[in-house]
Design a protein around this ligand. Structure first.
Ligand SMILES: [Zn+2]
Length: 302
């Protein structure tokens, strides 16, 4: 634990203290013991993602970063990775875990509870997982009802996030609603107000581990999807989806509200806000952005 301290203090000193979402419980989050901080940003309006960079100079990457998340997961922007090539060691929690409402999302706190994974030979520990409605990434152009983000951190402050789409259970399908998700959201009504916290019932994380190991991940290098939009985040978007019953989804949505950042340009392209500020500098014709625009124009004509 001692090796955590120096990088945590150095990095935390330069960013906004009350962080939520992708940054909570990582080196970017600095909170008092027992406190549930309420986010100072939102997903829409004057504190929404078009203006995050204006909220704090530390958020500049939100407006000028070129590897921002979320993105449309179309072929060409990611590499595939088998779940069997990753070593996941998720721990079931018979005592449950803290479940808190940060205003910008609801989050299960996993810091110190022993779940981890190995990526590129580095050991990452699970800090928290939280939810977005609708999904932040697009699954090849399509939004999904929700997306879960499992946020991992390596001791040298590297961040990796697993994104898992959540769909609404189809009575015609064989896939049953996730026991872990149904358990978590059965207590979402207890944290309807931002700044509140409760405890979940026993959680079976190994159920989710088994699902993830049997599938594949779409991998790319992106950013936190919330301020300060820090880049260098290893994204692993699962192709296997979890499902929720319709009633549970509706309960979750009533507390989450809308909390997704708009879809960013493809990795390596200019930031969309910079393109907006300088429209005379159009993307190169052979760029992914230009190709996407052509595709969109075709779709709209159809
Ligand atoms: Zn997130």
């Amino acid at each position: 634990m001692a090796s955590f301290v120096a990088p945590i203090l150095l990095l935390a000193a330069s960013v906004t203290p009350a962080l939520a979402f992708c940054g909570a419980h990582t080196h970017l989050d600095k909170r008092a013991e027992g406190e549930v901080p309420i986010s100072t940003f939102s997903a829409s309006g004057p504190t929404g993602p078009l203006l995050w960079a204006q909220l704090d100079p530390a958020n500049s990457a939100c407006a000028d970063g070129t590897r921002q998340s979320p993105i449309d997961m179309v072929p060409g922007v990611f590499t595939m990775m088998s779940g069997r090539n990753m070593t996941m060691a998720f721990t079931d929690l018979p005592e449950g875990a803290e479940f808190e409402n940060l205003g910008s999302t609801v989050e299960v706190v996993m810091e110190g509870l022993g779940s981890s994974m190995v990526l590129d030979g580095l050991n990452y520990t699970l800090q928290q997982f939280h939810f977005h409605h609708p999904s932040e990434h697009l699954d090849n152009g399509t939004t999904m009802p929700m997306e879960m983000h499992l946020v991992f951190m390596h001791e040298e402050a590297e961040v990796a996030v697993m994104g898992v789409y959540i769909d609404i259970a189809d009575p015609e399908s064989e896939q049953a609603p996730s026991t872990m998700l149904e358990t978590i959201f059965s207590s979402v009504g207890e944290i309807a107000e931002p700044g509140t916290v409760t405890k979940t019932q026993a959680l079976a994380l190994t159920e989710v581990q088994g699902m993830l190991e049997s599938g594949t991940f779409q991998r790319y290098s992106g950013s936190l999807t919330t301020p300060p939009c820090s880049e260098g985040v290893s994204w692993l978007v699962a192709t296997q989806k979890l499902v929720l019953s319709r009633a549970t989804f509706q309960n979750a949505r009533s507390v989450l509200g809308f909390n997704a950042r708009y879809v960013q340009g493809a990795p390596g392209e200019r930031n969309l806000l910079q393109m907006f500020a300088s429209p005379e500098i159009a993307p190169a014709e052979n760029s992914t952005v230009a190709q996407n625009q052509t595709t969109l124009r075709r779709r709209w004509r159809a």
